[in-house]
Design a protein around this ligand. Sequence first.
Ligand code: SP5
Ligand code: ZN
Length: 339
Amino acid sequence: MRVFHTADSARHDPERYLRRGTPIPHPEQASRYAILHAAARDGGHALAEPADHGLDPIRAVHDPGYVAFLAEAWDRRAEIPGIADEILTGSFARPQMHRTPTGLLGRVGLYTADTSTPIRAGTWAAVYGTAQCAVAAADAALETGHAYALCRPPGHHAYADSTGGFCFLNNSAIAAERMRAASGGPVAILDIDVHHGNGTQGIFYTRGDVLTVSVHADPSDYFPFYAGYADEIGAGAGAGLNRNLPLPPGSGDAPWLAAVEAGLATIAAFKPRGLVVALGLDAAADDPIGVLTVTRAGFAGAAQRIARAGLPTAIVQEGGYLCSALPENLTAFLAAFDA
Ligand code: SP5
Ligand code: ZN
């Protein structure tokens, strides 16, 4: 398996996170990069840094004002009185609050969904380099069959114009759009992170050329709360091309793999030219924020089933938090995919 990674990933290192109003250590820590990197290396995979394809593949799925905001915010931080080591706000635009303010502070709340995505000195370098890993994996998948993008920070909660859920740039969406453009055909995304891939769904919801499927814990009492229900099926040209497969909390390997199989059946019927797997490892039983109970054998089983679909496949890292099972589950997934 070819693995694309960048040391820039570790340059975004959020410290705190507001959990029910209380600051706690941020779960999406920079050390995730080193842990996943070591797991990929020890698994005998071929590691490489990606080429730089610039902003075009990012702008292909993200709003240009949003991309400019992310790229410039830290360098403009002096415009926000009192900002010290990170840019974060407690004011957020809601649906009927749609004006774009000129000031940087207001723009933070316009382009942010929650308090989990502070912008710090190295944030742009990290998310930019990570997006390039997704592009490289998309290209490599079309050339050689499959590849893994070690994306950190993750991406699937990022919409075209907002951060959220530890995510800034939607790496899975960037990879999918890259594959679609390069292959000339429709593509599919299978998201198996424990959280619904709401940003990815939002980006492609009205598109007829990208099928989005997500297997996740029921959002009725779990992040991202406001999307991820089974009746969200796409709209316009994308009607029928979004499938959500929510599972009750506590679900283990058998129902999770059955949902993965159901998603793969929908994908096979769509006849895509390429597949992106949004690989959250936070469905694991030991994950500190996950609520499903998938085992190492479960992840290997998912990889086998996905590989059997026989599509050019870019595997893009999403969630999966610090616990001893994290590297083991990555190793198991990549090994089973290659087998
Ligand atoms: C990419 C991804 O997996 N994003 C997840 C965003 C989840 N946001 C809500 C997290 C709730 C965290 N609770 C922390 C408990 C630590 N013991
Ligand atoms: Zn997740």
